[in-house]
Design a protein around this ligand. Structure first.
Ligand SMILES: Cc1ncc(COP(=O)(O)O)c(C=O)c1O
Length: 461
């Protein structure tokens, strides 16, 4: 029977079991240099937990700001258990058990995306490194050519192009924040683009680039297609619950050359867990290197042979492995976690549409919602948004609501039907990432708070 899983119930089991396992090699005295006064350790840890008070409540449904939430207790317990041994998935020598676990989770995630059985992939420390690898392989396959990504894509793409010394082109977006296909084709026609990056779940708005249409277009001009679903990848599990247009683009991931997803965003994992996949296993040739120190325990492929990073936490693979055993990559498994956040965004959008003082910036495609206080000018909009951001937390803790802001320009507002006095080029609006499933039942409360505050501010005018 399903019940709330508490970390305190799991920790004694894993710590005890790993200690028993260690004992099977025979006990030994811990070196003097590693011993410490228990009272001192406890007081340092007490200071630590006190200092952690200086945080925002990422774990609470009232935190509806950035992409932040704690991992599931299963992931924490599995991470802790594995960290007690601290395997390194760089090589099979460094982490035999966790290398196998990593292979298993990779196989499941590749299958989720519809990738071929013979794919190449591995976990990474971050979505940034995962994207860097995909862009690097793109550069090796199409040397001298650059990348095209939407102007709303994550800044990592233009930044990593600088690292790779290739050109990067920002493609215009439409009134839903999706890549404009006409502009993309204009740029492809110039013949200088080697890789098109499609983002499924943009960081700012959760927009879905039209991947199903980008793929034939890119192929026509000989470009590769890389999909950045660092944020949105696990929505693949509930693609049939998205708008049909969004579902069509999720279905096309299987046709892409590479895809990135971050289990540390929507996979219930602690930070330090991204993943990259290539549909063509032979791109492994670009990673070829010599290492006189590693790769002895097995002739099988070591992750270090097909990744740019060297050391990488085996605990990260173990945590993901355990989590996916409990919440499998199915609509009824992990999919339900994503569906709740998606429902929250749809519900909040409905509430915003009928509000007298707030308006939705655009229709949400995933679980990120952008909205704005109704204002007459850009400066007023910016002022009200900033005040909302500040005042929503300027009350006692239990009453606080934590939001985020998002910078937009005049043009982006006017294509969405907001014609404000253009007394400034840019203004902040509000943005909430509803990634905690509990928020499905909290949106009315969140909305009421934000609406009441906005009314109060408008009354001050
Ligand atoms: C779409 C997208 N790509 C890449 C990244 C970068 O990932 P990371 O923060 O794991 O390095 C993010 C982070 O928010 C993202 O949303």
């Amino acid at each position: 029977m399903a019940q709330e899983i508490k970390l305190t119930d799991l920790i004694p089991q894993v710590v005890g079991a790993v200690n028993e396992l260690k004992d099977t090699y025979g006990g030994f005295e811990v070196h003097d240099s590693l011993q410490a006064d228990l009272g001192k350790v406890q007081s340092v840890l007490a200071e630590l937990t006190e200092r952690l008070d200086n945080n925002f409540p990422f774990f609470h449904p009232h935190y509806a700001g950035q992409m932040l939430k704690p991992p599931h207790p299963v992931a924490i317990a599995a991470y802790l258990a594995t960290m007690m041994i601290n395997p390194n998935n760089h090589s099979i020598d460094g982490g035999p058990a966790t290398t196998i676990m990593e292979r298993e989770v990779l196989r499941d995630m590749a299958k989720m995306f519809g990738y071929p059985e013979a794919f190449l992939g591995h976990l990474t420390w971050s979505g940034t490194t995962a994207n860097l690898e995909a862009l690097w392989i793109g550069r090796e396959i199409n040397p001298g050519k650059g990348i095209a990504h939407s102007k709303d894509s994550h800044y990592t793409h233009s930044r990593m192009s600088e690292v790779l010394n290739i050109e990067s082109i920002g493609i215009r977006t439409d009134s839903l924040g999706r890549m404009d296909l006409n502009h993309l084709e204009e740029e492809l026609r110039r013949g200088t683009i080697g890789t098109v990056v499609a983002t499924l779940g943009t960081t700012g708005l959760g927009a879905i680039d039209p991947l199903a249409d980008i793929i034939p277009l890119a192929r026509k001009y000989g470009a590769r297609v890389h999909v950045d679903t660092a944020y949105g990848g696990f929505f693949k599990l509930i693609e049939n619950q998205l708008d049909p247009e969004g579902a069509r683009h999720y279905a096309a991931i299987s046709q892409s050359d590479s895809v990135v997803v971050d289990p540390h965003k929507h996979g219930l994992q602690p930070y330090g867990c991204g993943a990259v996949f290539f549909s063509d296993i032979t791109v492994g040739r670009f990673y070829k290197h010599d290492s006189p120190y590693t790769y002895f325990a097995s002739d099988e492929l070591h992750f270090g042979e097909i990744q740019l990073e060297c050391s990488r936490a085996g605990a990260s693979a173990a945590a993901l492995w355990a989590t996916l055993k409990v919440f499998p990559l199915t609509e009824q498994g992990l999919g339900q976690v994503l569906l709740a956040g998606r429902n929250a965004a749809v519900k909040w959008h409905e509430l915003l549409e009928t509000s007298e003082v707030l308006a939705p910036y655009q229709k949400p495609e995933l679980d990120i919602i952008a909205y704005l206080p109704r204002a007459e000018s850009m400066t007023e909009l910016d002022y009200l948004s900033h005040e909302l951001f500040v005042r929503s937390t300027d009350v006692e803790r239990k009453e606080q609501i934590h939001l985020a802001t998002y910078v937009v320009n005049n043009e982006a507002l006017s294509v969405r039907g907001f014609n404000l006095n253009p007394d400034a080029d840019k203004a902040r609006i509000m943005r909430s990432v509803l990634m905690k499933p509990e928020q499905e039942n909290w949106v009315q409360n969140l909305h009421n708070h934000v609406e009441a505050l906005t009314k109060e501010m408008i009354g001050e005018k």
